[in-house]
Design a protein around this ligand. Structure first.
Ligand code: XMP
Length: 513
């Protein structure tokens, strides 16, 4: 079945996948294509609309990306965002100049006034906050365009040529900070492009299954199962696509939470798939002995994972493909394109240079966490699995700060189990998206009974977030924190002090390493 398609033309913006995600959220199929894609190819896709993304350039930069002006002759509506807006204005005969002073350069949340007679803003409030991030300024708009939004500093925040269906906004409607941003994208799709909403996560599932079958043929597939949401959803997808050609390997690296290895085995050995649990605790701890630097730990774990898989693959014989549950935020934070490396997520940046498989398949690579959960439901996974909080691939290795020992890991496991138990008992687990304990490498003096102690400090982390790319620290009630602290210090030897992490992301990250 074919769908109406919208093409997001990528000019190197930070938020281009977020735009695609918003379009999908509105029930419209969408593909992100680089701006270098030929006009012929774009035409062949028969899009109902184009969205031009933002980008780091100024239209006058020597190397600034451009479009074939004939794209504006196709009779297909265009929404230009930030750089995309300036590029459209520039290409159609307007004038864009670098802002000389602060009056025209805008960054951050900006009060914006909209012309609600314009289709883009139809049915929305005439005033609201938008998220700006632009240095260039549209000095003269092209013929046929009118101004449809302004801010206190800038007269031309949005432009429209309603006859040709061309719209441009200087702000980013795709980010949460822009009030009614998704509604504006919805208006562009439904009011301007004539979208009918013929796409859903069920379609994504079917398309992904078809693509996997086509690629894999009768080859054998190995999947790295951690028991977390992403790899479980990937497993369900692959199981449906290729059935018993799939073997799921669960590497128990000894860095799991308390009892987790047994729980994962219990859950998945019930499924009608080939399931293998590899007990690799000793070999991981040996490799990690004496390693304190976080990136180094991550690389070691990433590499060792792959080596274990390769060995398992050899036992199965002729395995062609390795599947990983990489999701989009992992890709960005490991440094995709020009974005900076924050952490090497073990399933992306942590990969060794040499991988002994024909290919790695990452069927969730373009999805955000909540989309992955939705896909999981679509595949019939139980709610408890779909709603599990994320757990990083390198496991507790990045929650024991500094060098690792089995003893430290066991201490953290016990403390973390109490923390999670009390959070659930208090009913706080519904509103907190991720919570866990971190064993710091700081020791301090305490007094217990009549004696002096010199033990470790445990940090509690809890965050609320929808996409895990930004997060706020959770306001856990003091009495709950009190219960957790008292229980851990009383029940877990080696810990005599508890602190609560009150930093959001950014500037911190969710994990400590
Ligand atoms: P940070 O610490 O970067 O974490 O704010 C964002 C989210 O990603 C999880 N995380 C990982 N997940 N492999 C994973 O699969 C990793 O290497 C990894 N590192 C962090 C983290 O738990 C949080 O949900």
């Amino acid at each position: 079945m074919s769908h109406q398609t919208v093409i997001v033309l990528d000019f190197g913006g930070q938020y281009n996948q977020l735009i695609a995600r918003r379009v999908r959220e509105c029930g419209v199929y969408c593909e992100v294509k680089p701006y270098t894609t030929s006009l012929e190819t774009l035409k062949d896709m028969e899009p109902i609309g184009f969205i031009f993304t933002g980008g780091p350039n100024s239209v006058y930069d020597e190397k600034a990306p451009h479009v074939d002006p004939a794209i504006f002759e196709l009779g297909v509506p265009v929404l230009g965002i930030c750089y995309g807006c300036q590029l459209m204005a520039h290409t159609l005969g307007g004038r864009v100049t670098a802002a000389q002073d602060d009056t025209a350069r805008e960054y951050g949340k900006t009060e914006t006034y909209y012309d609600t007679a314009c289709k883009l803003f139809k049915g929305l409030p005439a005033e609201g906050v938008s998220w700006m991030s632009h240095g260039d300024y549209m000095e003269k708009v092209p013929t046929g365009f009118t101004l449809v939004a302004h801010s206190d500093n800038c007269p031309n925040v949005a432009i429209a040529d309603e006859i040709r269906g061309f719209y441009g906004v200087q702000f980013h409607p795709e980010v949460n900070h822009t009030q009614h941003g998704t509604d504006m994208i919805h208006n562009f799709l439904y009011e301007v492009c004539g979208a009918v909403g013929d796409w859903s996560m069920g379609d994504y599932k079917n398309t992904a299954i078809r693509a996997i079958r086509e690629k894999v043929g009768d080859g054998k597939v190995l999947l790295a199962l951690s028991g977390g949401v992403d790899s479980s959803v990937a497993a369900a997808l692959l199981a449906e696509a290729v059935g018993n050609q799939l073997t799921c390997v669960f590497v128990d690296h000894g860095l799991m939470r308390k009892n987790e290895g047994d729980e994962v085995e219990a859950a998945f050995s019930k499924w009608d798939i080939n399931f293998v649990r590899v007990d690799a605790e000793t070999r991981f701890l040996l490799k990690l002995a004496g390693v304190a630097e976080p990136e180094h730990k991550r690389k070691i774990i990433g590499e060792e994972f792959i080596r274990v898989f390769e060995e398992e693959a050899k036992k199965i014989g002729r395995v062609d493909y390795l599947v990983q549950g990489t999701i989009y935020p992992d890709v960005i934070e490991s440094g995709a394109g020009d974005a900076a490396v924050i952490k090497s997520h073990h399933n992306v940046g942590g990969l060794p240079d040499y991988v002994d498989f024909k290919e790695i398949i990452e069927p969730l690579r373009l999805l955000f966490k909540d989309e992955v959960r939705q896909l999981g439901r679509e595949l019939g996974l139980p709610e408890y699995l779909v709603m599990r909080q994320p757990f990083p691939g390198p496991g507790l290795a990045i929650r024991v700060i500094g060098d690792l020992t089995k003893e430290k890991l066991d201490t953290l496991r016990d403390a973390d189990a109490i923390y999670r138990e009390e959070i659930a008992a208090a009913g706080e687990d519904k509103s907190i998206n991720q919570y866990f304990a971190v064993l710091t490498n700081t020791r301090s003096v305490g007094v217990m009974g009549d004696g002096r102690t010199y033990d470790y400090t445990l940090a509690l982390r809890a965050v609320t977030t929808s996409d895990f790319m930004t997060a706020d620290w959770a306001r856990i009630p003091y009495d709950v924190l009190d219960r957790i602290s008292t229980r851990i210090v009383n029940e877990v030897p080696g810990i005599n002090r508890i602190v609560y992490d009150i930093t959001s992301k950014p500037p911190a990250t969710i994990e400590w390493e």
